[in-house]
Ligand binder design. Sequence first.
Ligand code: SF4
Ligand code: SF4
Length: 91
Amino acid sequence: MSEQKKTYEHVIRERWCKGCNICVAFCPKQVLTLRNGKVFAERPDQCIGCRLCELRCPDFAIEVREKDASGATHKDAADIDYDIKPEAHHD
Ligand code: SF4
Ligand code: SF4
């Protein structure tokens, strides 16, 4: 494994997001913001993958995924396979 900066993508299910701002408030890197009442990953390159947003969201509306160097997304053991398709997918 080479030492490369990890990058993350944010899978957002806008249908489930009620714009409560919890994830925005908990994010230590100010990655997230609200846009039109829904969460939006404004600075995804700042994300450290701590998953506080994912853990704190009461509605399971945001999910953080690690990307590898090629930009492909990893699924890991903690990943929950939701059956609905996300409406927004912010890299
Ligand atoms: S994983 Fe952590 S740093 Fe990344 S958006 Fe969520 S709270 Fe912010
Ligand atoms: S993603 Fe979750 S925590 Fe963030 S604003 Fe939407 S409902 Fe609230």
